[in-house]
Design a protein around this ligand. Structure first.
Ligand code: SF4
Length: 664
């Protein structure tokens, strides 16, 4: 065992429970890697208060704010360990599996060796070959030409895609990107054929920011190629980092090609869906598998979900589950194995599959065909048995020079999420974990974007690198445009919350700017900095359509932010030329904002129409600005406009309030 895997947790003075029976005995050890990650006790930050009964926990992550503004002590996560096994990581709850000390460097192709080299332009860090040298490079067999990002990284080459990733991940250098790719902890899903279109390379791994995938795809009963392309564009607008085309109906080939030609984000597929179109799963054979993979790889698909880890021996383990096998690929392959009484053909043909993937640099997303479909089946023998096999397949793919990420559950009670993440980190040697949700409760269909984004936040904090979104339509139907938006937003929240918690540099900057605008009651800047400005503006204007020193939630007399401003001047982002105490006439609603309010169904169509058109005739349009943008009006004038000219909104009936019970 690595000596650093045995540590004793020593709480800060004053942190022991008062009840002696609750304190650990002298032999209490936890098995956790610590690496460079934990801050020494002497470095601990202590609160400024004299209160002796509490201290901040041991922590050492970098501040997620670039400017260090505010008063928070910062992230309680581990110190960043880029180049080590932890990257950005949460402190381990006692009993968690330690990180693997192996990397892709330990699974080189047959006949390859490693040599020590000098300088930062070579493969430094991110490997487990300290006996050879701090900086190393792989020496391939004679005549070898690199194709994949992994192969280039092993040879010490910084590809244009790695350089682009370093631009997008501002906290990483291109050498760090290359070294993380070489270690197998970072993947750049960039099929060489998709790069010929408009793909903008990105990376997935614990050293980079958490990514979000949006699933889409036509089903046999719904949608078309045009609709799927529209959903792709919609998902890109709402900041999906990758998109999976899971079509099982319509013209699969045309839809896939249209999505590839129109996407700037990597595209993933589950090729077994195409393999069985027009035939029964029982007829599937190795030739069909390889031909389908070759075809989709040539089209430009960036990553394939391949359910090779579902083994024949695992099938009896699902017998007592409440909901059996819920993965489509897993269920189909289990049927094939039972019909033929043979091993999973994806597993037995693994090296041949790797050969196809390598030729086009398609990244594996090794599927979790036995993921739990309900809380009652989580973390069971079938799921963990498959996960062990995914670790084996990861090692074999690395030996073939293919990039790997690994897929994970599914439906997991909140308390089991950290274990699931850290077990994968252990068994798959840090290969990026790509998880669906997980949902932390099963009884809220229609709201599973929420049940799952709670689990996704925990998963991203504890070890996942990419989160597959879940929409409100999960378990119920094919997502439409609005469902795609809701799923994307829920998962961007999860990913961003985890990134801030992990202390990834710069991730809190936008939050801080928005906080400053909020403190300054600079409404327009507040909305401009928000992820969904249309919804924020529409909700604001629904109740009060001037931008002034309070909003309709508390009203003027109870606005704590306004009162705070009277106590203290904030260094804030007030609009240029702002004159304290003056209200700003808010803009007329855009079509999108009108639609948002229409869906809420609180205001009548007439009231929404007035909100949309109210200011257009009131304020002249100057210098190309929106007619009502940032024009200052006198507070008394604001009141007059509210009562006389603008819409006098009355939401009281919708809230079952007497009409005289006005917020203002
Ligand atoms: S009125 Fe209330 S919710 Fe609105 S800005 Fe002031 S404190 Fe915030």
């Amino acid at each position: 065992m690595h000596p650093l895997n045995l540590i004793r947790l020593v709480p800060a003075e004053g942190m022991w429970p008062e009840d002696a029976s609750m304190r650990p005995g002298p032999s209490a050890l936890v098995t956790s890697p610590i690496g460079q990650a934990a801050r020494a006790e002497s470095e601990m930050i202590t609160p400024s208060t004299e209160n002796p009964t509490w201290r901040f926990p041991i922590h050492g992550a970098s501040d997620p704010s670039s400017t260090g503004q505010g008063t928070t002590p910062g992230s309680f996560a581990h110190r960043a360990d880029i180049g080590g096994p932890l990257s950005f990581s949460s402190p381990d709850t006692p009993g968690m599996p330690p990180a693997s000390m192996s990397t892709a460097w330990d699974f080189l192709p047959e006949g390859w060796t490693i040599e020590a080299v000098d300088g930062p332009e070579t493969g430094c860090g991110g490997h487990n070959q300290a006996d050879i040298g701090e900086c190393i490079r792989a020496v391939p067999t004679p005549g070898f030409k690199p194709i994949t990002q992994l192969e280039s990284a092993r040879l010490g080459i910084v590809t244009p895609e790695m350089a682009r990733v370093a631009e997008r991940e501002e906290h990483l250098t291109e050498f760090q990107v290359r070294d993380e790719v070489a270690s197998g902890r970072l993947v750049i899903p960039a099929n060489r054929n998709h790069l010929a279109f408009d793909l903008d390379p990105m990376a997935i791994g614990r050293a980079s920011k958490t990514k979000v995938n949006a699933n889409m795809g036509a089903s046999p009963v719904s949608s078309s190629t045009d609709e799927e392309v529209e959903k792709l564009k919609w998902a890109e607008r709402w900041a999906a980092d990758t998109v999976m085309d899971l079509s099982t109906g319509g013209d699969l080939d045309a839809t896939r090609l249209a999505i590839l030609r129109n996407s700037t984000v990597p595209i993933g597929t589950v090729p077994i869906y195409s393999m069985i179109i027009g035939r029964k799963i029982e007829d599937l054979n190795e030739t069909m598998i390889l031909e389908t993979l070759e075809h989709q790889a040539k089209q430009g698909v960036d990553y394939f979900t391949i359910h090779a880890g579902v083994r024949k021996a695992h099938i009896p383990l699902v017998r007592d589950r409440l909901i059996g096998i819920v993965s489509r690929g897993g269920a189909l392959l289990a049927k094939w194995m039972l019909t033929h009484n043979a091993e999973n053909p994806m597993y037995t043909a693994w090296e041949k599959i790797c050969g196809v993937m390598r030729q086009h640099d398609v990244t594996f997303s090794i599927g979790d065909g036995l993921r739990p479909g309900g809380l009652a089946d989580a973390t069971d023998a079938a799921q963990l048995g498959e996960l062990e096999c995914l670790g084996e397949l990861t090692e074999r793919a690395w030996r073939c020079g293919v990039q790997v990420m690994v897929e994970g559950p599914g439906h997991v009670p909140f308390d089991q999420i950290e274990f699931n993440m850290k077990l994968q980190r252990r068994l798959c040697h840090g290969a990026p974990f790509y998880v669906l949700g997980p949902l932390v409760t099963d009884m809220f269909p229609g709201y599973d974007h929420i049940t799952s984004c709670i689990g996704a936040t925990a998963a991203a904090y504890h070890g996942a690198s990419m989160l597959c979104y879940v929409t409100p339509k999960e378990h119920l139907g094919l997502p439409k445009r609005e469902d795609v938006k809701q799923g994307c937003i829920a998962y961007r929240i999860a990913a961003h919350a985890a990134d801030v918690a992990l202390g990834i540099p710069g991730t809190r900057d936008n939050d801080d700017e928005l906080t400053k605008a909020r403190a300054a009651l600079n409404w327009q800047k507040h909305f401009d900095l928000s992820f969904d400005p249309d919804t924020a503006r529409a909700y604001h204007d629904e109740d009060l359509d001037v931008d002034t020193d309070f909003c309709a939630m508390c009203g003027h007399d109870w606005c704590s932010v306004r009162i705070s401003k009277e106590i203290q001047e904030f260094a804030s982002g007030k609009a240029e030329g702002f004159d304290r105490g003056k209200a700003i006439r808010s803009g007329a609603l855009t079509a999108e904002q009108q639609e948002i309010l229409e869906k809420r169904g609180v205001l009548s169509p007439e009231e929404i129409h007035k909100l949309a058109s109210k200011a257009k005739g009131e304020v002249p349009n100057e210098d190309g600005k929106a007619s009502c943008h940032s024009d200052h009006v006198d507070p008394d004038e604001a009141k007059r406009i509210q009562s006389e000219t603008l819409v006098q909104l009355n939401t009281a009936p919708a809230h079952n309030l007497p009409s005289h019970d006005s917020i203002l």
